[in-house]
Design a protein around this ligand. Structure first.
Ligand code: XMP
Length: 186
């Protein structure tokens, strides 16, 4: 069985497991500093954020409520097609709450701008976003996250929760797959 660390489909590791853990610990400190003495409502964008969300959450010391939304994914492709949809909405009331939306990656900006617009209609006391990865070169909708783990170049990445056709989420690092595995040229 191939090791999780040297998966045969990986062309190169972009961000190592050790760098991710160090940066997530720093991000947790930045978030903690921004929300001192505040109860936080964290909304994770599933499925991609699941690993990042778990690691970030357990490092936050303040009282925290957790909810999630499920947005349309790229399915088996590597490019965003058409409008984004919210498949499953959050359940906790967000009115008057300090909300932090957590996602794996900010790419075209369509997903987070839609989710933030939707949450704003529920009148939160504040709304901020936290992403592990940011690909500014691919933005189609103007959007800036408040907390960013790493800015990355324009490459389709997998691992640490990010998938290609629902695979590779369990890789411990952020990696680029061998080009022959991707069906569409980018
Ligand atoms: P947008 O384009 O709406 O993208 O900002 C947000 C969602 O698209 C997925 N996404 C990726 N998933 N590797 C992935 O595994 C990537 O390089 C990538 N780029 C975008 C992801 O679900 C994200 O939440």
């Amino acid at each position: 069985m191939p090791s999780r660390r040297t998966h045969p489909d990986v062309e190169r590791v972009l961000i190592s497991e050790a760098r991710i853990h160090r940066r997530v610990a720093e991000l947790a400190r930045e978030v903690t500093h921004a929300y001192l003495n505040t109860e936080l409502s964290v909304v994770g964008v599933l499925n991609g954020s699941i690993v990042f969300l778990g690691e970030l959450l357990h490092r936050l010391p303040m009282p925290t409520r957790l909810d999630s939304v499920v947005a349309s994914s790229y399915r088996a492709g590597t490019v965003s097609r058409g409008p984004v949809e919210i498949y499953r909405d959050f359940r906790l009331p967000l009115r008057g709450r300090h909300v932090l939306v957590v996602d794996d990656i900010l790419d075209t900006g369509k997903t987070l701008s839609l989710i933030c617009k939707h949450i704003r209609q529920h009148r939160p006391a504040s709304l901020r976003t936290c992403v592990l990865l940011d690909k500014p070169a691919r933005r189609l909708v103007p959007f800036q996250a408040d907390f960013v783990g790493f800015k990355i170049p324009d490459a389709f990445v997998v691992g640490y929760g990010l998938d290609f056709a629902e695979r590779y989420r369990n890789l411990p690092c952020i990696a680029v797959l061998k080009p022959q595995l991707y069906p569409h040229p980018r």
